[in-house]
Design a protein. Structure first.
Length: 348
């Protein structure tokens, strides 16, 4: 009874059902194998893209080296597009960005700049710098013109052509395309160049135009202070001399020749100043000029004071204070006339 019911429940074989089952199994296999197949295909394609990207980057560097900049830009962009996450992607992206922002005049200004900037000999050749400077006046507005003028300012300053260095520094500071870093560096360069000549107005112009470093600003303030002190010292010395000559002229009938003993001490002081100054200068390799000037000033002021004393008997304190201040003023002016190094050594 059980066997007959099992035979009744068994379904007959159907070719259609078997075909459907087979196709489902094949489809299941393909679905499972497809990701692996796609990964394999993508890996092969990625390897080809990386190889092509490396080749494009190498070509771009070569073109940039030979100043074929339009081709270099295209090759950098292709290298980045082929492998955005490749080994050279960041470098290609940066170089392409640089070239795009320096493409004024179809790269002609940048090519002219690089031909001089890349060559150490031409970068220090006054003729090549003059030629580039003349050409830069016709460059279109943009980063290349700013970089060219800044390069020329630095090159002329390095070659001690301070006049041209200041000219191109001013052009850089006046260019609207100059960024804050460029303006600060150029202003500091201009101020340094002006300070070498003691030109305070030029240095202050640089500080106002682009801002300068704290050190350069302190030096400018020190130079301005020295100028003010020198002006006061010169005025004090002039007033003392003019007043003494005026007094002597009004009382010229009473002027007597000073006794040699009255001049012994001033003469000795002047001699000591000059002799010690020359000895110290020869030992340290400096100039004896400030000591010679000071010794001469002490001697002349002493002679003048002795003549005034022969006709003016009173106001001893005033005369002594006036000539003492005149000697101090002469000492400062002697240092000032000899250059900034001496004033710096004396804390001025």
């Amino acid at each position: 009874m059980l066997a007959s019911s099992t035979r009744e429940q068994r379904k007959p074989f159907s070719p259609t059902v078997a075909s459907v089952r087979f196709l489902c199994a094949v489809a299941r296999f393909l679905l499972l194998a497809l990701p692996a197949l796609l990964a394999l295909t993508a890996g092969v394609a990625r390897a080809e893209d990386l190889t092509a990207a490396d080749a494009a980057f190498t070509l771009a560097e070569s073109r940039e080296q030979t100043l074929e900049l339009a081709d270099a830009l295209h090759a950098y962009e292709r290298a980045e597009s082929l492998a955005p996450l490749g080994a050279h992607a960041a470098a290609a992206r940066a170089r392409a960005a640089f070239l795009r922002t320096h493409a004024e005049g179809e790269f002609a200004p940048l090519i002219a700049l690089e031909r001089v900037r890349r060559d150490p000999k031409r970068a220090n050749d006054p003729g090549a710098l003059a030629e580039l400077g003349a050409a830069s006046r016709s460059f279109p507005e943009g980063q290349v013109r700013v970089e060219t003028w800044r390069f020329l300012a630095m090159a002329h300053a390095r070659g001690h052509d301070d006049e041209q260095a200041i000219v191109f520094a001013r052009l850089t500071l006046a260019d609207p395309a100059a960024d804050e870093v460029t303006r600060t560096d150029t202003a500091s360069l201009m101020a340094e160049t002006c300070l070498r000549h003691g030109d305070t107005s030029c240095a202050r112009e640089a500080a106002h135009a682009g801002g300068v470093s704290a050190d350069v600003r302190r030096r400018i303030e020190k130079l301005v202070r020295r100028r003010a002190i020198a002006f006061v010292a010169a005025g004090l010395l002039a007033v003392t001399v003019i007043a003494s000559l005026f007094v002597m002229r009004r009382a010229r009938s009473r002027i007597t020749r000073p006794h040699p003993r009255a001049l012994a001490l001033p003469g000795l002081a002047a001699g000591v100043i000059v002799t010690c100054g020359i000895a110290a200068s020869s030992f340290e390799g400096a100039s004896p000029l400030p000591f010679v000037l000071l010794g001469g000033a002490v001697l002349l002021l002493s002679l003048l004071g002795a003549q005034v004393a022969s006709v003016v008997r009173g106001a001893v304190g005033l005369r002594a204070a006036s000539f003492a201040l005149a000697v101090v003023a002469a000492a400062f002016l002697s240092l000032y006339a000899s250059g900034p190094d001496y004033l710096t050594d004396f804390g001025l």
